[in-house]
Ligand binder design. Structure first.
Ligand SMILES: Nc1ncnc2c1ncn2[C@@H]1O[C@H](COP(=O)(O)OP(=O)(O)OP(=O)(O)O)[C@@H](O)[C@H]1O
Length: 264
């Protein structure tokens, strides 16, 4: 299902294929990112989620298919891995001023907006995982994006902090009106505030919208009732399954279900 409103998508991906060393990582993938909406890509490790995000960003050239970006699109990107030289004594303010310089008060405002204004003069190396992710978010906000791409933004953040961070991303989206493309392999946490979920396992296994709040016992056990109240169930239908070798077969033909796609 493509984005449902009539606005021209910020990014439109059609029939994209990417392969590395003869292995197909993305196969015939379509994706629409509409203004102000959140799309979450879920899937197992190695499914091609980061590769698809990089295609959206223009960092990975597709080997087939088309990617159209709206003219003037500004993108903020929080990558899954950030190659920072952790031995360099660098403050947060200095880090955020690279490569593009911003006024100190602009950096301070971005940091305050994500709740870590107090880190401005701290060494980056001294930040906790949760603080660093917020600093990365501030870095993305400084670009005044109309699309924010977040690749596994919860890494290094404890469970309580993950919920806070998701709340923050939702609030920022409302305030700034940007679209969000989120990558995750965690089905549970990402459901809140997501208009469309795309389940990717090299191809798009299925896509759909989150529904009501989850009361799954395992979820309650893991995250507690506060988290459960905030989570939504991802509802979709399976049209196919995978054989053990990964081949796609009709659902009734018997095989393993599409990974990470069972309703919770
Ligand atoms: N530049 C590259 N050169 C060669 N192989 C690559 C390259 N980029 C990605 N791959 C391979 O493509 C596959 C998909 O990688 P990708 O990072 O997109 O998966 P992912 O779904 O984001 O995984 P994870 O959840 O583990 O982060 C992996 O097998 C990876 O090793």
């Amino acid at each position: 299902m493509a984005a449902t409103d009539n606005a021209e998508p910020l990014v439109r991906v059609r029939g994209v294929r990417v392969g590395f060393s003869g292995t197909r990582v993305l196969d015939d993938v379509d994706l629409d990112l509409a203004p102000g909406r959140t799309v979450t890509i879920i899937g197992p490790n190695g499914a091609g989620k980061t590769t698809l995000a990089r295609v959206v960003l223009g960092l990975q050239r597709p080997h087939a298919g088309k990617v159209h970006r709206r003219k003037g699109l500004s993108v903020g990107y929080v990558p899954q891995r950030f190659a920072l030289d952790w031995t360099l004594p660098i403050t947060v303010a200095h880090f955020l001023g690279l490569p593009k310089r911003y006024a100190r008060h602009t950096i301070g405002a971005a940091l305050s907006e994500v709740g870590v204004g107090y880190t401005q003069d701290k060494p980056v190396q001294s930040l906790s995982g949760g603080e660093f992710q917020r600093v990365m978010l501030a870095r993305a906000l400084l670009r005044r994006p109309n699309l924010l791409v977040l690749d596994e933004p919860m890494q290094g953040v404890d469970l309580g902090g993950q919920l806070d961070l998701f709340d923050l991303i939702g609030r920022l989206r409302t305030q700034h009106g940007f679209a969000v493309l989120m990558v995750s392999h965690d089905l549970h946490l990402v459901m809140r505030g997501t208009e469309e979920v795309v389940c990717l396992n090299h191809h798009v296994c299925c896509r759909g919208q989150p529904e009501s709040v989850s009361q799954h016992p395992e979820y309650l056990h893991l995250f507690g009732t506060a988290a459960a109240r905030a989570a939504a169930v991802y509802a979709h239908t399976h049209h196919h399954k995978h054989t053990p070798s990964g081949e796609v077969v009709p659902a009734e033909a018997g095989a393993d279900a599409c990974p990470e796609t069972e309703p919770q």
